[in-house]
Design a protein around this ligand. Structure first.
Ligand code: 26Q
Length: 809
């Protein structure tokens, strides 16, 4: 089936008239955007349906990527790019007196994620469509995405993000595929038709899950994959009949409590423990998605699930969807009457788990009490999984009671907890980390007991990002230069970018390289001015750190370096200094007070420095508000220096580091996460390394004396004294004491002071290389030429071959 489409201009006009009810060409940009978006979407639809047919016809294993987060950002510009409609769309937009970029800006970001983990899921979907793999994303259609951040008196203020307020062109509601999700209730036994005893749940509170499908277009291929997002609604059609007429209004009002479940994304990028609503979200996603997959299996194969695992696989994006393990068991046993052993064989052959954290405190745990109240049957199943698992442990390691206690899925105590990571490991056939160091540290540390039991389960899949969004689309100037120099195959397969390397020695090419960067820096300077009212000078070095605000990511170290530069400027010590514009952006979790205080410090240091006349020629600092996907699309092309300065052994991978590398920034960083691989690929001479490595961090903690380091280093001492004197917070004395006390504390987890001298020295090397623009350009080109490994196409290729065993459609 091919739906005939007229030319883009007449389609846009038709949608403006008939879909949106406007007649004039002078209508506002928001309507023009929507007419365009519908016209572009129409171009996806027939390929979307064809891809579904191909998927149904193919006998490849299918993959379901289960994630509480998909940080999609904007879809319009991405679809235009992947369909190669840019030139046509530009011309038509011109007729409406608007640029394509202005139109694209009408779209609200789909901010359905916190940060790295959510954006990774979105890059993965793009790569799966590019590689034509049969992968479906399953997530939640949050009414409110990641909060909007604005700054008042230097402090973060959160506002709700009602991203759907102008409608969403990129979704199709499919009420016919609604699923029923059952919460609370009690388990009892009953005899089924065959005379077998079955566990049944009674007196449950039910909610409906309604799917909304979003198209995920491949690049220059006819593949359009699906992201299916679930929305919760009340089961009113069923329940209202049962209710007597007196409770009619109450029944209608109960719609509200059902819809709560998908109302808002939890804005914590480390676990926020114990919130019942969060557990409801997790189970809601998992149960709806599993029922969906199993219903289509049954339609085709009947209730025989013996071949199910060979043809289906679920990738768990962290432990957030870990209920998939006991829920699949429940469905197989209670719904389809399978034996425990058969159900367990199926489950443990089709679940795969990705871990994204090294912070032990961020491993998810649920109180047994709360879990058992909300999901009583699942708790029974988890206990049975644990009983059988501990039995095999006891057989394998007789007498090792301590081991049994350590690996138990239940952490005993006055309020026993379910260890979701352990449940995921026991229930999966694959467990992976997201960078080599991360995987090594997991198998040697957090998960070492499990690694000893099942070494073959563990594997590494270093993260990647999609070069379509993060290079071709966001940096059209660089795209054009690359295409002209090495052809355009790199968009399909980024390993081709290696061909660029020889151009590093071409002086004329380097001039053009700098011209591209300059244009991008001008665009970033304009964006910074519009959004934060600070003037950035494109002749300065643009030094950028954007990511969630966290102690371990050490935005504090960056600020301390800014204070050090400011101190030197005031002292007239600008010998060898390079003028810099420092940009820091990111959101703090609303309940994470220290992170919010770091935001305040950045803003207060920025306002003092920016209003100091002596600093004007040397240093500008901005806290960029409301950092998000669409902001990164402007920020990364204009960045010279990428700050990746986490305490070694804490950042699982990082993915912003890869986006900056692809756009020609050099990295200053620690030996943490994927930084290590970036440095290996780019060459140590093209990376500004500083700080302790993970092993040294561990060792240093044993005998850490930050006060001695501060006392012994006059530059560091002055920085501390400046901050402690209240110089940056004269009207609010004492507010930063908790931060400076933390820095001086021997128990400081993040060892900021331990790495400060090394960081200052590395920043000096940055300054001096930057002053040799030819050298800087060479190193920048070499970084881009070696960024091929960090394409999410490479990552997904490895998932498909090594974990999923999925074949191209
Ligand atoms: C958990 C429970 C309750 C509420 C929220 C959460 C929650 C939500 C999001 C916990 C963690 C996250 C997100 C974690 C995350 O983004 N981790 C990052 O994942 C990236 C992709 O693998 C890595 O590159 C980063 O190193 C890692 O920090």
């Amino acid at each position: 089936m091919n739906f005939p489409l007229a030319s883009l201009d007449s389609e846009v006009l038709r949608h403006l008239n008939y879909s949106l009810g406007h007649h004039s060409k002078t209508v506002n940009h928001s309507y023009v955007y929507r007419a365009f978006a519908i016209a572009v979407r129409d171009r996806l639809v027939s390929n979307w349906l064809k891809t579904q047919e191909r998927m149904n016809a193919s006998d490849s294993r299918r993959v379901y990527y289960l994630s509480l987060e998909f940080l999609i950002g904007r879809s319009f510009s991405n679809a235009v790019h992947n369909l190669e409609l840019g030139d046509a769309a530009r011309v038509v937009a011109h007729d409406y007196g608007v640029s394509l970029e202005e139109l694209a800006e009408q779209e609200h970001d789909a901010g359905l994620g916190n940060g790295g983990l959510g954006r990774l899921a979105a890059c993965f979907l793009d790569s799966c469509a590019n590689l034509e793999l049969p992968v479906v994303g399953y997530g939640i259609r949050y009414e409110y995405g990641m909060f909007h951040q604005h700054i008042e008196n230097g402090r973060q203020v959160e506002d709700p993000d009602h991203w759907l307020r102008d409608g969403n062109t990129w979704e199709i509601e499919r009420p016919e595929d609604a699923r029923r999700i059952r919460f609370y209730g009690n388990t009892t036994q009953s005899i089924d038709a065959d005379g077998d005893i079955r566990q049944v749940l009674i007196d449950t509170h039910d909610v409906l899950a309604i799917p909304f499908d979003m198209p995920i277009p491949g690049f220059k291929n006819s593949t359009v994959n699906t992201l299916r997002l679930w929305k919760a609604t009340a089961t009113d059609v069923f329940d209202l009949e049962e209710f007597n007429s007196g409770s009619y209004t109450e029944a209608v009002a109960s719609k509200n409590s059902a819809e709560q479940i998908t109302m808002v994304l939890y804005p914590n990028d480390a676990s926020e423990n114990g919130k019942e609503l969060r557990l409801k979200q997790q189970y809601f996603l998992v149960s709806a998605s599993l029922q969906d997959v199993m219903a289509s299996w049954v339609k085709k194969h009947g209730e025989d699930f013996t071949g199910f695992a060979e043809k289906n696989c679920f990738q768990l994006n962290d432990t957030h969807p870990a209920c998939a393990v006991p829920e699949l068991m429940r469905l197989l046993i209670d719904q389809y009457g399978k034996s425990w052993d058969d159900a367990w064989a199926v489950t443990t052959s089709c679940m795969a788990y990705t871990n994204h954290t090294l912070l032990p405190e961020a491993l998810e745990r649920w109180s047994v009490r709360l879990f058992g109240k909300l999901l009583p049957r699942l708790l029974e199943i988890i206990y049975e999984i644990n009983r059988r698992f501990l039995k095999t442990v006891a057989e394998q390691y007789p007498g090792d009671i301590e081991l049994q206690r350590r690996v138990s899925l239940i952490e005993e105590g006055h309020d026993p907890q379910i260890r979701m990571a352990y449940l995921s490991i026991v229930g999966s056939y694959s467990v992976n980390g997201v960078a080599q160091l991360h995987t090594d540290l997991l198998t040697a540390g957090l998960f070492s007991d499990f690694y000893k039991m099942w070494p073959g389960k563990f594997n590494n899949k270093t993260n990647g990002v999609t070069q379509r969004r993060w290079l071709a689309h966001c940096n059209p100037e660089l795209k054009d230069l690359l295409n002209e120099t090495i052809g355009d195959q790199w968009q399909k397969d980024l390993s081709n970018i290696k061909k660029l390397e020889s151009s590093a020695e071409d002086a004329e090419f380097r001039v053009r390289w700098r011209e591209v960067k300059h244009v991008n820096k001008q665009a970033l300077a304009k964006y910074v001015n519009e959004n934060a009212g600070v003037e950035f000078d494109p002749s300065f070095l643009f030094d950028v750190q954007v990511k969630r605000i966290h102690e371990y990511k050490r935005q504090l170290l960056n600020v301390l370096h800014c204070v050090h530069l400011y101190d030197r400027i005031l002292a007239g010590d600008t010998q060898g200094m390079t003028p810099r514009c420092v940009l820091i952006g990111g959101k703090a979790a609303p309940g994470y007070h220290l992170a919010k205080l770091i935001v305040k410090l950045i803003n207060d240091v920025a306002s003092v420095v920016n209003s100091e006349p002596k600093a004007k020629d040397w240093l500008r600092i901005v806290f960029f508000p409301n950092y998000r996907v669409s902001a990164m699309e402007v920020i990364c092309p204009g960045t010279d220096l990428s700050e990746q300065i986490s305490t070694a052994g804490k950042e699982a991978s990082g993915t912003g580091n890869m986006k900056f590398m692809m756009n020609g920034a050099l990295t200053i960083g620690t030996l943490d996460g994927a930084n290590i691989e970036i440095r290996e690929k780019a060459g140590a001479e093209n990376f500004f390394l500083f700080g302790l490595d993970a092993a040294e961090v561990k060792k240093t903690r044993e005998n850490y004396r930050p006060n001695e380091i501060i006392a012994a280093d006059p530059e560091i001492r002055r920085v501390m004294e400046l901050v402690e004197s209240g110089h940056f917070n004269q009207s609010e004395p004492g507010i930063f004491d908790i931060l400076t006390r933390g820095l001086r504390d021997a128990q400081d987890q993040w060892l900021t002071i331990a790495d400060f001298r090394s960081y200052i020295d590395a920043q000096k090397r940055v300054s001096s290389v930057y002053q040799d623009q030819e050298q800087w350009s060479r190193q920048s080109i070499i970084n881009v030429a070696n960024s091929g490994w960090f394409s999410s196409d490479r990552t997904i290729g490895q998932y498909a071959d090594e974990i999923w065993k999925a074949k191209k459609l």
